[in-house]
Design a protein around this ligand. Sequence first.
Ligand SMILES: [Zn+2]
Length: 268
Amino acid sequence: MAAKAAAKARAEKDKAAAAAKTAAAKAKEKAAAEKAKAKLDLEKAKAKAAADKAKAAAAAKAAKEKAAKSKAAAKEREAKAKAAAKAAAEAKKLKEAADKRKLIEAEKARKQKEIERRETEERKRQERREAEERKRQEALDAKMHSKPYEKDPKFLATLRDLLLGKREEYQGMIATKESEADEMLVDRERLEYDDEDGSSVSSDIQRDQLKEQAAYYRLQVQEIDVALARVAEGSYGRCDECYEPIRPRERLEVQLPAFMCMSCRASV
Ligand SMILES: [Zn+2]
């Protein structure tokens, strides 16, 4: 019995030992497996970390490149914008210069046009003045050669007769004055023998006066001859000053001869 129990205990002891051995082996196996797993996990994690790192580095590199690219692009854009602004400024300057030139030329053209307009105006004015002057001269010529009473030969004949009558009268006066002067000369020769009171001197004065009067009437006769010549050509009755007809016509019958109108006569 005891042996049996001992055997049984031994068997059980062996069995327990085997079980413990198995369990230990299993635990060892499990630990090894866990270790292996942990190693694998670690490697996996390491690999992942490395991959992540690489990925991050690549991303950083890409980001850096992208930033550099964008910076370069921005720089290029800026340069382009600068160039465009410069070109625009240049173009603006050129356009302003061209506009200014155009303005100057337009102003020049306007001034030239104005000068031409003034010249034309001045020429026209000059032509008008000349035409007026010509007309005035022609009118004056016509007036200067007018024959105011030409169409009234009867009136001119009357004037001629009146002038001839006056001429005869003046010639009579001349004859009278000269014969009186001659008479005085004869008297003077007589007086020279007896000239105590100086009467020969006073008679000389009187004789000179008579001669002067005769000369005056001779001038009057000359004037009448001029008037008669004008009556003959039909121009008598025209004022010598203003060339207007002498009016009223009755003046021509009273004033013998008449060479001026009343207003011109008054202003002499
Ligand atoms: Zn007059």
